[in-house]
Ligand binder design. Structure first.
Ligand SMILES: *[C@@H]1O[C@H](CO)[C@@H](O)[C@H](O)[C@H]1NC(C)=O
Ligand SMILES: *[C@@H]1O[C@H](CO)[C@@H](O)[C@H](O)[C@H]1NC(C)=O
Ligand SMILES: *[C@@H]1O[C@H](CO)[C@@H](O)[C@H](O)[C@H]1NC(C)=O
Ligand SMILES: *[C@@H]1O[C@H](CO)[C@@H](O)[C@H](O)[C@H]1NC(C)=O
Length: 223
C-alpha cells in the first residue's frame, strides 16, 4: 500500500467522523418509540401527544427504580415504584421542579433480555394486550415521555412510556428550562443523540482496535 492510499484512507476517516458530528438529526430510540406511538395514535384518529423531555427523563428514572429486576415488571411479582418517588427522587434527578409534576394517566412498561428496534419494542413488548391499546388511546393523555435503558450497559433492556394529562408547557418543567441528561439510558424529547443498545466498554474496545489497526497500517506504510 502506497502513501497516497494511506492519505486517502485517513482523509476518508476524517470526513466520515466530521459528517457524523455535524449531523443534528436525533438518533435516539426513545424518540423513535414516541414517533411510532404517535403514528399509531394518529392512524387511530387520536391526536399525537407532545413529547415532554421532563416526563421522558422521569420515565428513565422510573426504569432505574427497578434496578435491573425484569421479574418485577410483570407477572405475579410485579412491583411499582411508590408514587412518592416522583417528587422525592425522579424529579430532582431530572432537575424537574416538583411543583410542576402532573398526573400520570397511564404507563406502558416492558423488559426483555434482547435489544430490539423501537418499532418492535412498541408492538411486541409494550402493546401485548387489548388493555395496553386502551391505555394507548386514552383520551385524557396530552403528553408522553419515553425511555429505554439496559442494565449496567447490557441486558436486560427496559422500555417505559409514561402518559400525563398535564398542560404541555407548564408541567414537568426543568429549572432553567433544561432537563438534566442522565446516563446510562435514553429518554425522549431532549433532542439528544443516544444509543439504546449501547455498551460503552465494547464501543471503546472497538475504537481502541480501530485506532491500533490504523497506527499499525501507518507503520506498515513507513509513516
Ligand atoms: C440542523 O441544524 C441546522 C443549522 O443549525 C438547521 O438549519 C437544521 O434545521 C437542523 N436540522 C434538524 C433536523 O434539526
Ligand atoms: C397500533 O399498534 C398495535 C400494536 O402493534 C397494532 O395492533 C394496531 O393495528 C396499530 N393500530 C394502527 C391504527 O396502526
Ligand atoms: C379521564 O379522567 C377523568 C377524571 O379524572 C376520569 O373520570 C375518566 O375515567 C378518565 N377517562 C379515561 C378514558 O380514563
Ligand atoms: C402555555 O400555553 C398556553 C395555552 O396554549 C398559552 O396561553 C401560554 O402563553 C403558554 N405559556 C408559555 C409560558 O408558553
Amino acid at each position: 500500500m502506497g502513501i497516497s492510499t494511506w492519505v486517502l484512507l485517513a482523509s476518508l476517516l476524517f470526513v466520515s467522523v466530521s459528517a457524523a458530528t455535524q449531523m443534528n438529526v436525533t438518533k435516539n430510540p426513545a424518540d423513535e418509540l414516541v414517533a411510532v406511538l404517535n403514528d399509531n395514535r394518529t392512524a387511530h384518529k387520536s391526536p399525537a401527544l407532545y413529547d415532554n423531555p421532563g416526563l421522558g427523563c422521569i420515565a428513565l428514572q422510573y426504569i432505574k427504580a427497578y434496578q435491573g429486576d425484569c421479574g418485577a415488571v410483570g407477572g405475579p411479582d410485579a412491583k411499582k415504584p411508590a408514587d412518592s418517588q416522583f417528587a422525592e427522587t425522579f424529579a430532582p434527578n431530572c432537575g424537574v421542579e416538583a411543583s410542576t409534576l402532573s398526573p400520570i394517566t397511564g404507563r406502558l412498561l416492558g423488559c426483555e433480555t434482547k435489544y430490539v428496534h423501537p418499532a418492535q419494542a412498541f408492538s411486541n413488548i409494550l402493546i401485548e394486550s387489548s388493555k395496553s391499546l386502551e391505555i394507548l388511546y386514552n383520551k385524557n393523555h396530552t403528553q408522553v415521555g419515553a425511555a429505554v435503558s439496559g442494565s449496567d450497559g447490557g441486558s436486560p433492556y427496559f422500555w417505559c412510556v409514561l402518559f400525563s394529562s398535564g398542560k404541555t408547557n407548564s408541567s414537568f418543567v426543568a429549572e432553567g428550562g433544561v432537563v438534566k441528561i442522565t446516563r446510562p439510558g435514553c429518554f425522549s424529547g431532549a433532542n439528544d443523540e443516544c444509543s439504546g443498545a449501547y455498551d460503552w466498554s465494547r464501543s471503546s474496545r472497538m475504537w481502541a482496535f480501530f485506532t491500533t489497526a490504523l497506527i499499525a497500517m501507518g507503520f506498515a506504510c513507513g509513516l
